[in-house]
Design a protein around this ligand. Structure first.
Ligand SMILES: Cc1cc2nc3c(=O)[nH]c(=O)nc-3n(C[C@H](O)[C@H](O)[C@H](O)COP(=O)(O)OP(=O)(O)OC[C@H]3O[C@@H](n4cnc5c(N)ncnc54)[C@H](O)[C@@H]3O)c2cc1C
Length: 336
């Protein structure tokens, strides 16, 4: 791919996806580069089955469904989308940045919007010898689909909100759900903990998984040891879901030849979402500014700011942003 784009969005999480759509609506020639095999960022990779309640216009929407809607919105415009395309280097300057991916693909862009979230992330793994043998078969770090757990006995390991969410989501589908945490108190919000306690989920605390192996009947035998105690218990389950959070870093970004200023691994931006590199804006979980919230809704607000101000810099002769209805009507008219 050796094309010149107006805008390149690096990172295809929810915020990058919305930015790409918005840039398309502003008639920009856009590409969206994502390192993972699918778009959707944390929402798709970490909590596709979780209900999200704080997206404007949706009283409740599953992560997976939100990504589907964002994908449908993206398809309104001819945006070049490249997955499995982690950006390994950026050189050049405003008007002619050169972007290289790990695959060796090179493209050129007048401006860039960095939407890499907290970086290439992966779940914090279960530190038990041989656990990786069961990965994606009986040991999961996210819930690929609820149906995969129908009528199964499942243990969820973890004590935060998302571990509790997972246990509660599995409860109506699975035969029996256990949740295990290394402390007696869960870290989740009070409301979630109340729901958990009122549910049929069996709580096992304070325990840690010390060993696991496959039984003759195909189930997993979990050897659990009491934290600061001697008690040991064995539990046979069909599946183990581990939710110990995730590790993310922006090391790839720091290796770019043209890299924006960062503080504590987050990109510092001004009120227009500009980094200290002219022509390079940043949005979403990748950034920090006083009062920044790590929420999808905040990122959705930052995206039009970044797109509009970059477009005004690139094309000062073009009119300021119009309302979406006018832009869609104008496009329909131009296409006639
Ligand atoms: C368990 C959990 C529950 C949550 N619940 C909510 C909620 O209910 N409501 C809410 O508003 N928020 C919630 N959040 C936070 C929300 O998911 C994030 O705020 C949101 O995903 C940020 O979107 P983003 O697009 O900025 O970043 P991300 O979703 O992190 O996406 C960034 C993307 O960039 C890609 N990338 C990274 N580096 C590169 C590179 N070098 N080249 C190409 N691509 C790259 C990554 O692979 C990733 O796909 C939750 C988060 C978690 C973990």
């Amino acid at each position: 791919m050796d094309t010149e784009y107006d805008l390149t969005i690096i990172g295809g999480g929810p915020v990058g996806m919305f930015a790409a759509f918005y840039a398309g609506m502003r008639n920009a020639k856009v590409q969206l580069l994502e390192s993972l095999p699918e778009l959707g960022g944390q929402v798709q990779a970490l909590y596709p089955e979780k209900m999200i309640h704080d997206i404007a216009g949706y009283p409740a929407i599953k992560g997976r469904e939100l990504v589907k809607q964002l994908t449908a919105q993206l398809q309104e415009f001819p945006i070049d989308i490249h997955t499995k395309s982690a950006v390994s280097d950026v050189t050049g300057k405003m008007g002619d940045f050169t972007i290289t991916t790990v695959n060796g693909d090179v493209s050129h862009s007048k401006a860039i919007i960095v939407a890499t979230g907290t970086g290439a992330f992966e779940p914090r793994k279960l530190a038990v010898e041989g656990a990786d043998r069961f990965e994606d078969q009986q040991l999961f770090y996210h819930i690929p689909s609820l149906d995969a757990f129908r009528d199964h006995t499942v243990l969820v390991a973890g004590g935060g909100d998302s571990a509790i969410d997972m246990a509660l989501m599995l409860e109506p589908v699975a035969k029996q759900v256990y949740i295990m945490h290394r402390r007696n108190r869960f870290r989740g919000m009070e409301h979630s903990v109340d729901l958990l306690e009122a549910s049929s989920v069996t709580i096992k605390t304070p325990f840690l998984i010390k060993a696991l192996h496959r039984l003759d009947n195909g189930q997993l035998d979990l050897m659990m040891k009491e934290v600061r105690g001697d008690a040991e218990e064995h539990l046979a389950v069909d599946d183990l879901v581990v939710n110990y959070g995730f590790i993310a870093d922006n090391k790839a970004l720091q290796a770019w030849q043209v890299t924006p200023e960062m503080a504590h691994q987050l990109i510092t931006v001004n009120t227009e979402m500009n980094t200290d590199v002219p022509g390079m804006a940043a949005i979403g979980d990748a950034i920090t500014f006083p009062g920044k919230l790590g929420l999808i809704a905040s990122g959705f607000g930052e995206a039009p700011n970044a797109v509009n101000q970059l477009m005004m810099q690139l094309y000062p002769e073009r009119r300021s942003p119009l309302h979406s209805t006018t832009l869609f009507e104008k496009r329909a008219h131009d296409q006639k």
